[in-house]
Structures are given as C-alpha cells and as structure tokens.
Design a protein. Structure first.
Ligand SMILES: [Mg+2]
Length: 196
C-alpha cells in the first residue's frame, strides 16, 4: 500500500539515487544528447526535496505539487515530461490517502499516456517511454520490480533513437542506454519499493 509518507520516502530515495548516478546520467546524455540530464534531474529532485516537509492531505495533492515543481525546475525535454506524468498521476490518485497496487498501476498507465502525448512518442524509440509503458502494462503485484526495470533499461541500449535529440545520432545512438530510461527506472524502483 502506498501512503503519503511512503510516497514522500520514495521521492527522497529517488533524489539520493539520482544524485549518486548523476555522472552516469550526464555521461549517457553526453554520448547521445546534450549532456544535461544528470544536472537537470539533480536540480529537479533537489527542488522536490524542499516541498516534502509540507503536509499534504492526499496522494493527488502531493503528486501534483511534485509535477509542478519538476516542470519549473527540470530543464531540457525531461522536465515537462516528468512534470506532466506526475500531474496525471495526481489525477489518478485524486483524494486518496493511500493507494493499493491496482491504483498505483492505473496511475502509472496514466503517467505513461501523458509522457507519450506530450513527447509525441511511442515505445521502441529509445526514450523513457520504453521503461514506463512496458512496466506499467505488464507489472504484477509481488514481481521483482527492480529486475524488470533493469531489463527494460538494458533493452534501450540496442535501440536506434528516432525521437528527441538522440535521433540526430541515428545508427550511432545504438550501444548507449537511454538516460531518460535510466532516470525513469530509478524513480519507478523507489516508488515500487514503497508500494510493496
Ligand atoms: Mg539532454
């Protein structure tokens, strides 16, 4: 069951993990993008940390605040994508103070749809959608979430980017993991730990 405190804990855990993998995210984005993903995500989740001490009366209220914060603090393509995902997740959670596995899964599907709509992207284009969509569609309660997420991240290595800045690299984008897929797996892993 995901509680408001659990959601906060997942966001704190995400911030810690983003910070420890900041250089990796930067290196991946330098290889097939503009090298700002580590810095952007770090800045974004630093800002998220600062809103976690406030009280929220629902999962929706917290998720909406996170979304607005990420939209305003994370630059590049990722900010609006993550931001819109959290805002749509907020709508799915609504006034609920806790969410069971089924509601979390539904919320993640909503978040996925928002990322796809905003990024005009589909699975298979070597983006964060390649983690969000298959995970949200296929995850079952009690699965080994981390191993599923890691597998999805690894699968992006072989893909050729056809969306976003990485698509300018064409064939040369093959052989590098998508940085947005990696940051997405960090976030989803932290979240699922709290869902249980
Ligand atoms: Mg970038």
């Amino acid at each position: 069951m995901l509680t408001i405190d659990g959601f906060k804990q997942a966001l704190r855990h995400t911030q810690t993990e983003i910070e420890s993998q900041k250089d990796t995210l930067t290196d991946l984005d330098r290889a097939i993008g503009d090298g700002d993903h580590g810095i952007n995500m770090s800045r974004g989740f630093e800002a998220v940390l600062s809103i976690l001490d406030e009280d929220y009366d629902s999962l929706g209220a917290l998720s909406k605040k996170v979304g607005m914060t990420l939209m305003s603090k994370v630059g590049g393509a990722a900010g609006p994508l993550y931001g819109s995902a959290f805002v749509k997740i907020a709508a799915a959670f609504g006034d609920a103070k806790e969410a069971d596995f089924a509601l979390v899964k539904e919320a993640l599907l909503e978040g996925t749809n928002s990322i796809k709509a905003r990024g005009k992207s589909e699975a298979g284009q070597k983006t964060m959608v390649d983690v969000w969509e298959p995970f949200a569609l296929n995850v079952d309660e009690g699965d080994n979430y981390d191993s599923q997420l890691n597998e999805l991240v690894q699968k992006t290595e072989d893909m050729i980017a056809t969306k976003g800045r990485a698509s300018y690299f064409g064939e040369n984008s093959r052989g590098t993991i998508d940085p947005g897929a990696l940051s997405s797996s960090i976030l989803l892993s932290a979240l699922m730990k709290e869902v249980g």
